[in-house]
Design a protein around this ligand. Structure first.
Ligand SMILES: C[S@@+](CC[C@H](N)C(=O)[O-])C[C@H]1O[C@@H](n2cnc3c(N)ncnc32)[C@H](O)[C@@H]1O
Length: 275
């Protein structure tokens, strides 16, 4: 089971009022209606934001009749994108009650509550109806989940025959130094970050077929470096709106990630598989 308390202290999951502050900067007050695309710079907590979710929708052949499970939904960014841009019905499963609550509110304000159902719980144990989804997606969440084999067995069970799974996540390319491993655990909350082969083997062992792993490191490493540089450049403006503490927490997270890529130990991976 996940340690929710530990996870909720991770820099990415603190200063959650940054979303409302970001909306306020657009002139959108608490409770006001929102256009989903106004949220994309704020609610997509993975590489390449809404573009990555659009690519997943294309690869999975999703359409308005598709039922999708999003594992580790965060504040619901990918789920709302799929509902808004593709018309899918999405179940957004998120462990942290605070993020779940923000997601429910944002989805309602986007007018997407008829297509996005938010559920709060642990993907390792939350009851999900068997053989009920056409696709499972997960962006940058499985690294946090301690028992990946169990997770994949559960995901195989909730997919309809022929249903597909699409995951983007961190992986290990070379042994982590003791310092890197410490930061991976403490700052990134990466509890399950393995080599691509082990990752794919867990899918196969859970019953998935046609497993395809794509190495995204050459794309994600420069993205992480540019993200850090842009973050530092925007220091004054961000701290002015959100405070120095919020700036520093995120700076720590971005700088650790950039260093882990630099050291050659961290990588990015996409896994696609069929049930
Ligand atoms: C980096 S965020 C990504 C959020 C979202 N997928 C996105 O791309 O915007 C990872 C999310 O996974 C959630 N998570 C971690 N372990 C989980 C679990 N066992 N069950 C459900 N959600 C989990 C975390 O709470 C966090 O919100």
């Amino acid at each position: 089971m996940n340690d929710v308390a530990a996870l909720s202290t991770m820099p990415l999951y603190t200063s959650l009022d940054r979303i409302e502050r970001g909306l306020a900067a657009l002139g959108i007050g608490p409770g006001d209606p929102i256009r989903p695309e106004q949220l994309f710079p704020l609610d997509q907590w993975h590489y390449h934001g809404a573009d990555a979710v659009a690519a997943a929708a294309r690869a999975l052949g999703l359409g308005p009749s598709s039922h999708v499970l999003d594992v580790g939904a965060g504040v619901g960014g990918p789920a709302r994108y799929l509902a808004h841009a593709v018309g899918c019905h999405v179940t957004a499963l998120e462990l942290q009650p605070a993020l779940h609550g923000i997601g429910v509110d944002l989805t309602r304000r986007c007018g997407l509550a008829d297509r996005v159902t938010h559920r709060c719980g642990d993907a390792l144990s939350y009851p999900l109806p068997p053989a009920s989804f056409d696709a499972v997606v997960s962006f940058l969440a499985i690294l946090h989940i301690p028992d990946r084999s169990r997770l994949f067995s559960r995901l195989a069970g909730v997919l309809r025959p022929g249903g597909r799974c699409y995951v983007e996540d961190l992986c290990q390319r070379a042994p982590f130094s003791p310092r890197d491993l410490r930061d991976l655990r403490a700052v990134v909350c990466g509890v399950t970050v393995t080599g691509p082969g082990d990752y794919a083997a867990d899918l196969t062992a859970a019953g998935f077929v046609d497993v395809v792993a794509t190495d995204l490191t050459d794309d994600w490493a420069p993205y992480a470096a540019e993200r850090l540089a842009a973050w530092r450049q925007n220091h004054g403006a961000y701290a002015c709106v959100h405070g120095e503490g919020a700036y520093a927490a995120q700076e720590r997270f971005y700088s650790v990630i950039a260093r882990l890529y630099d050291s050659g130990s961290l990588g990015g991976i996409r896994l696609e598989a069929a049930a």
